[in-house]
Design a protein around this ligand. Structure first.
Ligand code: SF4
Length: 472
């Protein structure tokens, strides 16, 4: 997928003015956030389960080389082939090589974010083969000229029912429908034909299990089950960080993943696939491949933001993020949006190509509070901000302003005088409603998409002293 993260500010500004998008994003609170809250209330050991989930993911990352070798040995023993891709280009090459080896003409795919990193669909089509996305959201985006996904679990979440109805009417040549169930049935009818005629199925992988050499797929539509069992070849693609040591670990993580993602106690389908069809088995593929992808992950593992690799892609951090809730996923300009994307994207595509993403945070820590594997997302964003300053990647005026602030902050009397002047000036900018609608100069960005409550006109220390408190 082409990187557009360097245009974050422009893209975010455009989307702040997109009323339809903002109405669609409002669905997140009513759906994912409310459902998560309800499903967590059923558990009395959620915090302990989070600790266990964190420990499982950290244990896997701490000895990743060992677990990868163990996974390779287990999967190979069950008849699968394990291949490693260092770069996005290598993912595409490996897939096309497998397709050529087995005479594949048509490929069906269930959702795979890693394949978005390498623009795999375009590579497949470029090689003259047919590829069909089978996840409903991904299918909608594919037939809309490969629109990029905007959310890691709801890729077409930004679209209205009416937009999808119009798209299906145009692309399928069918009468326009206005009931969601009818639209789903229409897509199901179109996709069913592809399941039955495809030569190869590609899936992602929520987890790769070292103990058994299995891939675990967590879905709600059943498309992954059909994609990975009906064609003669199955290729599962996922990152090196998706290894977990044992099936028991998967059971623990499954208590966290659907609840944090959609608020379900369990997703509709959980597939655990281990090797191709064995002798005497009825179901399964003839050939099974794993493509285990590095593509920048080793570098993350050796960096100050390594904890981001614990991510199990539940989407809770973006669902609860006030920035994501207002600008949507496309603003982030690459595969992974929201708080986790603002860490992973700069690491995978280069900090210099995604300079504004670590800044795309209010540091409110909503993301850190809801993350089921306790990734300290604001801390990691701050570490990337520090790196941007250390490497002189921020504009000169920002660096000068921070230096000036640091200089003043080390001089309490001067700092107190500055804040006393600052709150009084800001107070004069307030409208009759007590809100600041437009800040001048460098502060303009703060009020482009929202109003800012004006300060009281006195500093906290002044108000505190007025009530008889003393400050040091
Ligand atoms: S960072 Fe945490 S909350 Fe965000 S997607 Fe990953 S696991 Fe979920």
């Amino acid at each position: 997928m082409q990187v557009a993260s360097m245009h974050f500010k422009e893209r975010a500004s455009e989307r702040l003015n997109d009323e339809v998008l903002r109405a669609n994003l409002g669905k997140i609170k009513g759906k994912f956030v409310a459902n998560r809250k309800r499903s967590l209330s059923e558990l009395d050991d959620f915090e302990a389960t989070r600790d266990a989930g964190r420990a499982i993911r950290q244990r896997a990352l701490d000895d990743l080389d060992v677990w990868l070798e163990s996974f390779e040995a287990s999967a190979t023993a069950r008849g699968a082939k394990v291949l490693f891709a260092q770069t996005p280009a290598e993912i595409n090459k490996l897939v096309l090589d497998i397709a050529a080896r087995h005479g594949v003409r048509k490929i069906i795919k269930s959702k795979s974010m890693v394949s978005e990193e390498s623009a795999l669909d375009h590579a497949i089509e470029g090689a003259g083969l047919t590829v069909v996305e089978t996840d409903l959201g991904e299918y909608i985006l594919q037939i809309n000229d490969y629109e990029p996904p905007s959310h890691i679990i709801g890729p077409a979440l930004h679209k209205t029912k009416e937009e999808v109805a119009e798209l299906f009417h145009r692309k399928h040549g069918t009468p326009k429908k206005d009931v969601i169930e009818d639209l789903c049935l229409e897509a199901r009818g179109v996709l069913r034909e592809h399941y039955l005629t495809a030569d190869m199925g590609i899936s992602g992988g929520n987890f790769f299990v070292a103990e058994t050499g299995s891939v675990v797929l967590v879905t709600n539509e059943g498309n992954a089950t059909l994609t990975t069992t009906l064609p003669k070849v199955h290729v599962a693609i996922s990152g090196i960080e998706k290894i977990v040591p044992t099936l028991e670990d998967v059971a623990t993580l499954m208590r966290l993943l659907p609840r944090s993602a959609t608020g379900q106690s369990i997703s509709n389908y959980v597939d655990i696939l281990t090797g191709p069809r064995g002798a005497g088995e009825f179901h399964g593929v003839d050939h099974m491949y794993f493509i285990v992808v590095d593509s920048g992950r080793s570098e993350v593992l050796g960096s100050e933001v390594r904890e981001a690799l614990r991510c199990i892609r539940c989407g809770a951090c973006m669902n609860h993020c006030p920035v994501y809730q207002n600008i949507g996923g496309h603003s982030y300009g690459w595969v992974y949006p929201g708080p986790i994307g603002s860490i992973l994207t700069p690491m995978y595509v280069g900090l210099e190509n995604a300079l504004d993403l670590p800044q795309a945070s209010t540091m409110c820590n909503q993301c850190g509070v809801v993350c089921p594997v306790r990734i300290p997302l604001p801390d990691l964003q701050r570490k990337l901000r520090e790196r941007e300053f250390a490497e002189d990647l921020r504009p000169w005026y920002e660096r000068a302003a921070v230096r000036l602030w640091a200089w003043a902050a080390c001089r309490p009397a001067l700092y107190a005088l500055g804040t006393r002047i600052g709150v009084r000036v800001l107070r004069t900018l307030a409208g009759p409603d007590g809100m600041i609608h437009r800040l001048p100069l460098f502060g303009a960005g703060w009020t482009t998409g929202r109003d800012m409550p004006a300060p009281a006109g006195r500093t906290f220390r002044e108000l505190y002293a007025k009530r008889g408190g003393t400050s040091r």
